[in-house]
Design a protein around this ligand. Structure first.
Ligand SMILES: Cc1cc2nc3c(=O)[nH]c(=O)nc-3n(C[C@H](O)[C@H](O)[C@H](O)COP(=O)(O)O)c2cc1C
Length: 318
């Protein structure tokens, strides 16, 4: 029997690759900062080559111990954390972790933190010259520190200023700005970051929350308040991602409560170019690989050749 043209067609899966500010990701599933260590810790549990990228824990120039415990508390469909900025410092990361990450075919995005503007600039300048770092994620949205961080996300003018300065300090690396949901209108902050030269936005960080032990009458966290994450925040995150996508032209990366391929698809349909998986890593370390596989299965089941057919494809009612 003569082969038909379909017989000869190579067996190719759907194309899941996306590009963000000139950087190609093999699929749009990344892991969120602070929930996946420096990436290598998770290598025993999943194939790091199977995910688009890893956003490492927020790095400062000098190591930081973080807040004293208790600093994590489980809530309904989520968790509160007040880890603070515990990290090994940028130089130790580059010397001890980055070489190991280079063995994997995945992208490495470094989340950066600082108590003062100068500290952000110092770490941005340092990382600019480090091969193996593919982008910076500027964390101005952490609610669990007394100074810095979230304080640049209270007024769009401050967001503009820090974005512009970090942009100048690190001209080689694409700059993603990670925004806080603890604002009245996220679109104002999204526009401010875009105007100041951000290449992409990461939306959202955690929502400020609180829990109290009624027996001791103490807050469950020593910091008193903490950042709420996990499935509980997904509808809020999805709404904010959709709003940010309407407000700017730069790519938006969706974050918040993603635990399944269907969750990720909601964010992509709302307009996100990629997604990050956070809290779900704590109870299912291989969840990001499963989500990436699930996106492929969804595309095959719906005869979608390219993930871009899904991105921003939200339909309205007639
Ligand atoms: C324990 C913990 C630590 C975190 N550390 C950071 C961090 O260092 N930098 C940052 O930008 N976001 C940090 N985040 C926020 C997450 O990256 C993510 O934005 C948030 O948890 C929402 O996603 P999720 O619901 O999938 O967890 C942290 C979250 C958790 C739960």
């Amino acid at each position: 029997m003569k082969p038909t043209s379909t017989d000869k067609a190579p067996l190719r899966g759907p194309r899941l690759g996306v590009e963000i500010a000139g950087v190609r990701f093999k699929n749009p599933v990344l892991t969120a900062s602070g929930t996946f260590g420096y990436g290598l810790e998770f290598a025993p549990y999943l194939d790091l080559n199977a995910i688009g990228g890893i956003v490492v824990k927020g790095l400062s120039m000098k190591p930081i111990a973080g807040n004293p415990p208790p600093r994590v508390y489980e809530t309904a469909s989520g968790m509160l954390n007040a880890i603070g900025w515990q990290n090994i410092g940028a130089a130790a990361f580059v010397a001890e972790k980055l070489p190991g990450l280079a063995n994997y075919d995945t992208r490495v995005i470094v989340n950066i933190v600082g108590f003062e503007l100068d500290e952000y600039l110092e770490v941005a300048r340092f990382l600019n010259d480090c091969p193996g770092v593919h982008a910076l994620e500027l964390n101005i949205s952490c609610p669990n520190v007394g100074k810095g961080g979230f304080h640049f996300n209270k007024d769009p003018r401050d967001t503009h200023k820090i974005t512009a300065e970090v942009r100048r300090a690190s001209p080689r690396l694409p700059l993603w700005v990670k925004l806080s949901p603890n604002v009245t209108d996220i679109r104002e902050f999204a526009r401010a970051a875009e105007e100041a030269g951000a290449d992409a936005l990461s939306v959202i960080n955690t929502l400020v929350g609180m829990a109290i032990d009624v027996h001791s009458r103490r807050p469950r966290l020593r910091f008193r308040t903490g950042g709420l994450s996990g499935p509980a925040i997904k509808p809020v995150a999805l709404r904010m991602v959709w709003e940010a996508c309407q407000a700017v032209r730069i790519p938006v990366i969706g974050i918040g409560g993603i635990a399944t391929a269907e969750d990720a698809l909601e964010f992509l349909i709302a307009g996100a170019r990629a997604v990050q998986v956070g809290t779900a890593n704590f109870y299912e370390p291989a969840v990001s690989e499963r989500i990436a596989l699930g996106l492929g299965e969804y595309c095959r089941a719906h005869r979608i050749d390219d993930i871009h057919e899904i991105i921003g494809s939200l339909r309205d009612y007639e």
